[in-house]
Design a protein around this ligand. Structure first.
Ligand code: ATP
Ligand code: MG
Length: 569
C-alpha cells in the first residue's frame, strides 16, 4: 500500500453505480432473497467512529436508500472486555450527523447469544465442533502454514457427550479463561487457514454491559457475524477487504442455517486510509488514553467527532467518500482531497467575516478622532441572496502583522512605507511610518486615508495592487484561534513498524489567543457555525466558547493544494 492514490480504478458504471451496487442490482434483478435488499452497519462499540467507518456506513445506508431497501444498525458487542455504552451513544449520534437513520432496526449481536449457543450445541451434536483444552499458543503452533497442513488437536475426536458436557460447564464458569475453547471441526489441511478448525467460542468472565453474567462463553467474529446477518434478514453484508479470506468461513457457517429462498452474502471493498493520519481504533484509543490529544473529539483526530469539531460538514465528508470511490484495491487517500471537499462546500455556504489573527494597530492620521462610519460587507459573494452586514470603521484599526513589511521584497503588494493598499470595503490608505518600542518591535503603523476612495462611491475605482482586511479597534472583540497542522509528520504513519507515537508532529496545535473579531460576528457566535475569515481560511466556532471567551478552530486555509497533487497522479 505504498501508492498514494485516489479513485484509482474507475469502478463506476454508466448508471453511476459502484461495483458493490452493481452486484446488488444484479442480485435484485435475479430475484434473489425474494427481491429484498437489507444491509447492515456493524460497529463494535469499542471506540468512536472515524472517517473510514463513515465510508462503510455511507455504503450501507446509501445502497439501501438507492435501491429502496433497509439498513440495520447492529452493535457487534461480542467482546465484553473492551466495550462500553459511551461508544454506543457516540456511534448513534455520528450516524445521525451524517444524515442516516436505522429506524426501528437497531440490533445487538448480544441479542443472538442464545441462538448462537443453540447452533453451537447443534454442531457439537452433529460432530462438527469440539472442546479443545490446549493453550492458544499450542493451537496456533498446530495451524501449519499456507503450504503445510496443520496438526489435528489431540482433543479433536472427543466423544459428543463429553463435548456437550464441557461446553455447558465452560458457560457455567467452571473453567478459567484461556483454558478451553470450542472449535469447529472442519479441515486441518485446508488451503484456507481460516478453515483449520477455527475457534467458535472462548471463555470470558468479564460481565457484559447488556447481558451481565448470563454468559461465560462468547462467540468469535467468524462464528457470530454471518449468523447474525442471517437472523436479522440481512441480504448483503458489505465489509472491508481484510475479510476476503474469511468469506468462505462466513458462507460455511451461514449454510448451516440458510436455504435457496434466503441467504446473506458478503461483499468487500477497500478501506479508507488517509495520509498523515492513523486510522486504527487501537491507536486512536491510545492517543486519547495517554492524553496525546484532547479526547476523541480533538479537531486533529480523524474521528467523526473530531472532524465535526474541526468544522467539517456532513456533505463535505460524503463528497470526499464519493470522490475516492469503492474499489477492490487498497489505497492511501490524500488528506488534501478531503480538505478540497470541505473548502468547496464551505465556499458555497460559509458567511464571510473579518478577523485579525495576529493584530498590529493601524492609525489613520488624517481620519478625525471620534468619527465612525459604517461599511457594508457582503455575507457571501458566491450567493448574493445571503445579503450584507455592517462593520464600523474608525481612526484606529487592527490589521494583520504579516500584512506589513518595513523592507519588503519586490513583489510584496501589501503594506509598506510610502505604499498604498485598499482596506477591504473601505478606503485606500498610504503608509506614512511606524512606531516602535525600545526593542525595535513595531507597535503601531501610521497611515493616511484618501477620503475620495470609499468603496462603492464615485472615485472608488482607483486601483491599487493589494487589499487588506481590518477590524475597527474600539468595537473589536477578543477571540482565541486554534490553528492545526497534521497530527503526524510522515505521510503514512500507519505503515510504520516502530512506536507510532514517535511520529507525532510536535507542532500540530498553535493557539493564537489575541485575535480581534468584528462585533457583528461576536454577537452571533454559536458552537458549530462555520465562517470564512476573509483572506485567512475557514473557521468554526468551538464548543469551548463561553459568554466572555470566544474560541475558533481553523478548518482549512483558502489555498487549494489538491489541484497540484491531482495533476501529478
Ligand atoms: P476493529 O479492529 O476494532 O475491528 P474496525 O475499524 O474494523 O476495528 P468495526 O467497529 O469492526 O471497527 O468497524 C465497523 C465497520 O466499519 C466494519 O464493517 C469495517 O469493515 C468498517 N471499517 C472500519 N475501518 C474502515 C476503514 N478505514 N475504511 C472503510 N471501512 C472501515
Ligand atoms: Mg472490525
Amino acid at each position: 500500500m505504498d501508492k498514494v492514490i485516489n479513485k484509482e480504478e474507475e469502478t463506476v458504471n454508466e448508471s453511476g453505480l459502484n461495483f458493490v451496487e452493481q452486484e446488488i442490482a444484479a442480485d435484485l434483478a435475479a430475484g434473489k432473497n425474494g427481491g429484498r435488499l437489507n444491509t447492515r452497519f456493524p460497529p463494535e462499540p469499542n471506540g468512536y467512529l472515524h472517517i473510514g467507518h463513515a465510508k462503510a456506513f455511507i455504503m450501507d445506508f446509501g445502497a439501501a436508500e438507492k435501491f429502496g431497501g433497509t439498513c440495520n444498525l447492529r452493535f457487534d458487542d461480542t467482546n465484553p472486555q473492551k466495550e462500553d455504552m459511551e461508544y454506543v451513544n457516540a456511534i448513534k449520534e455520528d450516524i445521525h450527523w451524517l444524515g442516516y437513520d436505522w429506524g426501528d432496526r437497531l440490533y445487538y449481536a448480544s441479542d443472538y447469544f442464545p441462538k448462537l449457543y443453540e447452533l453451537a450445541v447443534r454442531l457439537i451434536k452433529e460432530g462438527k465442533a469440539y472442546v479443545d483444552e490446549q493453550t492458544s499458543e499450542e493451537i496456533a503452533r498446530q495451524k501449519g502454514t499456507p503450504t503445510q497442513p496443520g496438526t489435528p488437536s489431540p482433543y479433536r475426536d472427543r466423544p459428543v457427550e463429553e463435548n456437550l458436557d464441557l461446553f455447558e460447564r465452560m458457560n457455567k464458569g467452571e473453567f478459567d479463561e484461556g483454558s478451553m475453547v470450542l472449535r469447529a471441526k472442519i479441515d486441518m489441511a485446508s488451503d484456507n487457514m481460516h478453515f483449520r478448525d477455527p475457534i467458535m467460542y472462548r471463555i470470558i468472565k468479564t460481565p457484559h454491559w447488556r447481558t451481565g453474567d448470563t454468559w461465560k462463553v462468547y462467540p468469535m467474529y467468524d462464528f457470530a457475524h454471518g449468523q447474525s446477518d442471517y437472523f436479522e434478514g440481512v441480504t448483503h453484508s458489505i465489509c472491508t477487504l481484510e475479510f476476503v479470506p474469511h468469506r468462505p468461513l462466513y458462507e460455511h457457517f451461514v449454510k448451516e442455517l440458510a436455504d435457496e429462498s434466503y441467504c446473506p452474502r458478503q461483499i468487500e471493498f477497500n478501506r479508507l486510509n488517509l495520509t498523515y493520519t492513523v486510522m486504527s481504533k487501537r491507536k486512536l484509543l491510545q492517543l486519547v488514553k495517554e492524553g496525546l490529544v484532547n479526547g476523541w473529539d480533538d479537531p486533529r483526530m480523524p474521528t467523526l467527532k473530531g472532524l465535526r469539531r474541526r468544522g467539517y460538514t456532513p456533505s463535505s465528508i460524503k463528497d470526499f467518500v464519493n470522490r475516492i470511490g469503492y474499489t477492490r484495491y487498497e489505497a492511501l487517500n490524500h488528506i488534501e482531497l478531503l480538505e478540497h471537499s470541505v473548502r468547496e462546500d464551505l465556499n458555497k455556504t460559509a458567511t464571510r467575516v473579518s478577523v485579525i489573527q495576529n493584530p498590529v494597530k493601524l492609525v489613520l492620521e488624517n481620519y478625525p478622532e471620534g468619527q465612525t462610519e459604517t461599511m457594508v460587507m457582503d455575507n457571501n459573494p458566491e450567493n448574493p441572496a445571503e445579503g450584507t452586514h455592517e462593520m464600523p470603521f474608525s481612526r484606529e484599526l487592527w490589521i494583520e502583522r504579516d500584512d506589513f513589511m518595513e523592507n519588503p521584497p519586490k513583489k510584496f503588494f501589501r503594506l509598506s512605507p510610502d505604499k498604498e493598499v485598499r482596506l477591504k470595503g473601505a478606503y485606500i490608505i498610504k503608509c506614512t511610518g511606524v512606531v516602535k518600542d525600545e526593542d525595535g518591535n513595531i507597535t503601531e503603523i501610521r497611515a493616511t486615508y484618501d477620503p475620495d476612495t470609499r468603496s462603492g462611491l464615485p472615485g472608488a475605482d482607483r486601483k491599487v495592487k493589494g487589499t487588506l482586511h481590518w477590524v475597527s479597534v474600539p468595537t473589536a472583540v477578543d477571540a482565541e484561534i486554534r490553528d492545526y497542522d497534521s497530527l503526524f509528520s510522515v505521510e503514512n504513519p500507519g505503515a510504520f513498524d516502530g512506536d507510532f507515537r514517535e511520529l507525532i508532529n510536535p507542532d500540530s496545535l498553535k493557539v493564537r489567543d489575541n485575535a480581534k473579531i468584528e462585533p457583528w460576528l461576536a454577537e452571533r457566535v454559536k458552537a458549530g457555525d462555520n465562517y470564512q475569515f476573509q483572506r485567512l481560511g475557514y473557521y468554526v466556532v468551538d464548543p469551548d466558547t463561553t459568554a466572555d471567551h470566544i474560541v475558533f478552530n481553523k478548518t482549512v486555509g483558502l489555498k487549494d493544494t489538491w489541484a497540484k497533487i491531482a495533476q501529478k497522479n
